[in-house]
Design a protein around this ligand. Sequence first.
Ligand code: ADP
Length: 169
Amino acid sequence: MQVSLSCEHKTLKTAVYPGTFDPITCGHGDIVRRADILFDRVIVAVAVNAGKQPVWGIEERVELARKVLADLPSVEVVPFDNLLIEFAKQHGASIILRGLRAVSDFEYEFQLAGMNRRLAPEIETVFLTPAEQYTFISSSLVREVARLGGDVSEFVHPEVKKALQARYN
Ligand code: ADP
């Protein structure tokens, strides 16, 4: 059996991690850090308007994500406002990355992955799960806790905490 040890055929693996990131939490950060180990390049794609009517504008959400992930040189944060698979193709990405927290995430994520596969069979969706302590964190819950004056230090980066305080105090 012939085994090729050449690196010539090795292609850079780029993963796109799309979301609203309103704001980016430690759960999102955990997924990006795991992906950073697995892939050559990770693009955090911040949806301009995910139909969710985000609390923060696109520039603030991108800026916060950049601050939180500044120590990871292979990670980029980019806004997007087009079809995800088109965005992935434009950036040479063959992987869409999503996070799974609980069974409740599964149905929607399964549907989304199926649609994206139908639209672009060459792009693979990969799911990662966060460390246990992040499984209950969502951007909306974090905003709610901050709005009611609770301590969010465990759930978000200090820069995000500052932004939450500035918004809700
Ligand atoms: P979307 O509006 O696309 O759901 P989010 O910013 O809420 O955007 O989430 C982006 C992705 O990150 C989704 O796949 C979501 O399931 C995942 N995610 C969100 N919070 C967490 C968390 N605490 N741990 C792991 N994955 C998460």
